[in-house]
Write a protein that binds this ligand. Sequence first.
Ligand code: ADP
Ligand code: PMV
Ligand code: MG
Length: 395
Amino acid sequence: MWERSLVLSAPGKVILHGEHAVVHGKVALAVALDLRTFLRLRPCGEGRVCVRLPGVGVVRSWDTPRLQALRRGFAGERWEEEIAAHLDTLKEFAGIAAGASAPESLATLAFLYMCLAISAKYGDVPSVDILVWSELPTGAGLGSSAAYAVCLAAALLTACGAISCPLKEGESTARWTEEELTLINSWAFQGERVIHGNPSGVDNAVGTWGGALRYQSGEITPLKRVPMLRILLTNTKVPRSTKVLVAGVKEKILKFPAIMNPVLDSIDAISQECQSVLEAMPANPSPEYYPVLEELFDINQHHLNVIGVGHPSLDRLCRVTASHGLHSKLTGAGGGGCGITLLRPDTSPLAVEAAKQDLCACGFECWETTIGAPGVTLHHSSSLNAEVLHALSES
Ligand SMILES: Nc1ncnc2c1ncn2[C@@H]1O[C@H](COP(=O)(O)OP(=O)(O)O)[C@@H](O)[C@H]1O
Ligand SMILES: C[C@@](O)(CCOP(=O)(O)O)CC(=O)O
Ligand SMILES: [Mg+2]
């Protein structure tokens, strides 16, 4: 019987460069965002697993004996290889239509898949009640799917005893060991596979480790030195699905390999150039470093349009910020969602305010953000702000 209550969280992310190209083995640079997804786990009446996902309107619960029977129906331990077949069975079990791709369907499937696959490997997940609440907009390019998957992986692995619960009496926050983080990351990747189809793994890596990192084909390298970057984040509020956009890029590459592959190579070179510039910058950089970073944003934004993940709302975002002398690009999967605008250390508060006003007049939402937040973290309730406490105390 699970007796403790615990709260944990994982950050969203911003991809500076390399979105989509990273799915095809190129380099991406990504940083953790100061917006997080929170998960509360607490004991539940004997024999049930309950899950509440207010962000996507899901309230479900299942008898643990039914979940165990379902798990036993899946032969062997080849969960990773058999994901497509298992998902069909899980859809039937949860009453989700075959082709469903609505947020609530994907979130429920990711939960069931991770819960059963983790139980199959490490022992039953006990009777628990799980509530997930997020500060991140869903489906906007800020890695809400990965933050969700990282939180689920950490909570389920802790509940079934595969990893420790490192929060000690008197501590306000705690993190897991490197080895445990590696396990959390690998299971979060499986959750991302359910939601994205073919994820690169960069988002779950940032959600797990936090900070700023370079990611290529599963290799995660923390950036040596990252200056204080000021970034304006703008949400166009145009909905889109990462799964659909990633599939569209693949189709384009297959259709026009000789045209698209050089574009991906160029995006790779942009990420590498940006990494060199960032690592050469002092902690509080002077404005002279910025023209190169700005130009890299502009070039990459054009490339992302070429590979088919732009959107008129994102073009508008870039035009509006350009009229204030600022440079922007989409971030994440594109097709709507969010864009990032680089602010120089000497960009005046008045100029930022004027740009924000024009962006809001387009119906967009924007805010200045700090980057490099910590990765997946366990919390004592004393470390949570009033809004999070309120959201987690609901129902
Ligand atoms: N707070 C949340 N609770 C439950 N599911 C979530 C939550 N946030 C994201 N998701 C899942 O992630 C999906 C969005 O992922 P995606 O299209 O990759 O966009 P992004 O990761 O950029 O936000 C949603 O459809 C939903 O299934
Ligand atoms: C487009 C991609 O590079 C990032 C997707 O990020 P998001 O789901 O839009 O936050 C896909 C991936 O790396 O798995
Ligand atoms: Mg995502």
